[in-house]
Write a new protein. Structure first.
Length: 72
C-alpha cells in the first residue's frame, strides 16, 4: 500500500538534507517566512486580533518545521 518510491518530502537521508541546505529556493522561502513572522509580531504589538495571533502560530510552525527538516 505505501511503497517506497525513492526520496520524498519526508526523506531524512544525508543527500536530501544536503540538497535542502544548499537549495536557494528552500532557504529563500524559509527566510521570507521568518521575515513575515517578525513583521506580524511587530504588528501585533500595536493591534492584537485573533487572526494575527493565529497567523503568528501558523508561521512559527512553518519556520520550525522547515528548520527541523534541515537539522534532522
Amino acid at each position: 500500500m505505501f511503497k517506497q518510491r525513492g526520496h520524498g518530502f519526508f526523506c531524512r537521508c544525508e543527500g536530501c538534507k544536503m540538497k535542502r541546505r544548499s537549495s536557494l529556493w528552500y532557504m529563500g522561502g524559509l527566510l521570507s517566512l521568518f521575515v513575515i513572522l517578525i513583521w506580524q509580531i511587530l504588528f501585533t504589538l500595536f493591534v492584537v486580533t485573533r487572526f494575527n495571533v493565529f497567523l503568528i502560530l501558523l508561521l512559527m510552525a512553518c519556520v520550525v518545521i522547515g528548520l527541523f527538516r534541515i537539522i534532522f
